[in-house]
Design a protein around this ligand. Structure first.
Ligand SMILES: [Zn+2]
Length: 179
């Protein structure tokens, strides 16, 4: 289970990315590997923990920038990073430094924003990944097809709008670029 390298968990909103991150970190904890999980300060939904919609959670360290992740990972074997799409371009180089020092880094982040644009750090992380875990939601418009898109339900062009009620999971057929 443990091998140094980069695992990227990606998919749309409501696809269980945090649940998969928590599941993998929990397995490492049971094996007595030191783990630590970070989340960006911009995401204030769940305080100082990461939490899945199925109810699992882990305490998390809130960081304002990616350098803090590196500084606080020295003795850690498995580093988790949730909501990775909120970090700047610098995340990939920090993750690479951690991986090269023998750690496993598990990153969870959105595949695309509400207009099907990649976020700053995710394409690079996906290209560097040793393992990609693609997760899916179910479309809540047709309730039938797998969802790969995050539909924003409110007007506006800002790339970063944090919230759950403002989004819905959509399949390629039901997804619209603008509401
Ligand atoms: Zn649909």
């Amino acid at each position: 289970m443990f091998s140094p390298g980069l695992v990227v968990i990606t998919g749309p909103m409501f696809s269980g990315k945090s649940a998969e991150l928590i599941r993998r970190l929990t397995i490492a904890k049971i094996a007595k590997l030191e783990t630590r999980v970070f989340k960006p300060a911009i995401d204030t939904r769940t305080g100082d923990e990461i939490r899945s919609r199925e109810g699992s959670f882990l305490p998390a360290i809130i960081v304002k920038d990616v350098e803090e992740i590196f500084k606080q990972s020295e003795s850690v074997r498995v580093v988790g990073i949730d909501e990775a799409h909120f970090f700047s371009n610098g995340l990939a180089s920090v993750v690479l430094k951690l991986v090269r020092s023998g750690k496993q880094v598990i990153v969870a982040g959105l595949n695309l924003d509400f207009q099907e644009r990649p976020f700053p750090s995710m394409p690079e992380l996906l290209a560097l990944a040793d393992e990609i875990v693609q997760v899916y939601a179910l479309c809540t418009a047709c309730n039938e097809r797998i969802a790969t898109r995050s539909q924003r339900l409110i007007p506006g062009d800002e790339q970063y709008v944090v919230g759950d009620a403002e989004y819905a999971a959509r399949c390629l057929v039901c997804y619209k670029t603008q509401v």
